[in-house]
Each structure stands twice: as structure tokens, then as C-alpha cells.
Design a protein around this ligand. Sequence first.
Ligand SMILES: NC(=O)c1ccc[n+]([C@@H]2O[C@H](COP(=O)([O-])OP(=O)(O)OC[C@H]3O[C@@H](n4cnc5c(N)ncnc54)[C@H](OP(=O)(O)O)[C@@H]3O)[C@@H](O)[C@H]2O)c1
Length: 201
Amino acid sequence: MKIIVVGANGTIGTAVSKELESNGHEVVKVGRNSGDYQMDMTNIEDIKLMFEQIKEVDAVISTAGAANFDDLSELTPESNEVAVMSKLLGQINLVLIGQHYINEGGSFTLTTGVIMDDPIKGGVSSAMAGGGINAFVQSAAYELKRNLRINNVSPNVIEEALEDYGDFFKGYTAVPASKAAKAYLKSVEGIQTGQTYRVYE
Ligand SMILES: NC(=O)c1ccc[n+]([C@@H]2O[C@H](COP(=O)([O-])OP(=O)(O)OC[C@H]3O[C@@H](n4cnc5c(N)ncnc54)[C@H](OP(=O)(O)O)[C@@H]3O)[C@@H](O)[C@H]2O)c1
């Protein structure tokens, strides 16, 4: 399959791209500044242009999506907008626009994260976005046309990211990116839709 991975150069995206390639798929690596194709998923015109320029796509995976990690008392409407525009709407807009472009029987796989189920201090903005994606996926699965499917993967903190995020996730069971990557492969190659694949241990 020809698969767009938005965020392919990141911690999770690198492992996902490797897993897909080792299973014979063609991966088009997309990032803001990295990869085969550059675009910013917070920009609707950028997303449209990407789907017009990258043709005959069978699946879209997003392993991208920013959020601020501020305590609730310090979170402002403005700082919360990072998660709204990127992790929430950026990923959702990939689907709203991409549904009209990708091949029949194709799929979307978005990324959420453990903190939507198991809160951490400072995680409220990212959890909000994850919960929104989760609910979007469940509902959209019923309405997607042309046998398109949609799922999301919710990884625990990733082993390779512990240096950056370890202090936020004391007591959590970190998972290797390669393990999370299997859930994305399952989403792309399997038959399921509307699912949340929780990779928590
Ligand atoms: N790391 C973890 O432990 C963990 C655990 C659970 C869930 N998650 C979630 O998984 C997602 C990815 O995490 P990660 O740690 O793999 O991230 P990462 O290493 O920071 O990589 C993010 C990737 O996404 C791309 N990107 C970011 N914003 C973008 C935008 N607006 N448009 C297009 N591409 C964009 C970046 O491209 P450039 O490099 O070109 O800028 C980069 O390739 C995040 O939503 C995160 O919350 C992460």
C-alpha cells in the first residue's frame, strides 16, 4: 500500500515507518520541516495541497500533534489552543479533507495517548485533544463512505522519549516505539474500524 505518515520523522513515526516498510509498504514521509514532503497540518490549505499532490494513497497515519504541558492553573485559552489546532483539529482535518481523496477501502490512523485514560499533572490539554480524537474516531467510523476505515492508537509513554518525558510519567510502564508501531500496522492491514488500540504495557 501507499501510505502517508504525517510525523514520520518523530519518535513514534520513525518506528511506524520502519514497521510499514519492513512489511512491504511504500511510505510517504511527511513533516513540517522533515521527510519527503513538507506541510503543516494546522493549515487547512497545506492539507488540501498535500492530497492534491500525493495521489493514489491507500492509508493515512498521523503520528503528529503538539500540545502544551502546563498545569491547569497556568493553562490559558491561548496556550490550550496549541493542542486544539494541532493534536485535535490538525489530525481531524487530515480525515475531513483526506476522505475525499484516498483510495476506496483505505484507512486513517490517528494518535492519542495514555493520558486521556490515566491523567498526569500538566497533561490536561493533551488529554482533551486525545479524548476528542477518540470520540471523533468512534463516530466517524459509522459514517465514512467508500469502505474507508478509521482507528486511533493510544501509546503509553515511549521508551525512546523517556529522557524528555520521563519525569511526567513516573510509575508508568514505558513501551518501545517498535511495539506501538505494531498497532499502526494492525490498523492499516486489518479489517477493524472505530477502534482505539491501547498500547499500555
Ligand atoms: N512520545 C511519547 O512518549 C508519546 C506517547 C503517547 C502519545 N504520544 C503522542 O504521539 C504524537 C507523536 O509523538 P512523538 O513523541 O513521536 O513526537 P515527535 O518526536 O515530537 O515528532 C513529531 C513529528 O510530527 C511532525 N509534526 C509536528 N507538528 C506537525 C504539524 N503541525 N504538521 C505536520 N507535521 C508535524 C514533526 O515534523 P518535523 O520534525 O518536521 O517538525 C515530527 O516528525 C504526539 O501527539 C504525542 O502526544 C507520544
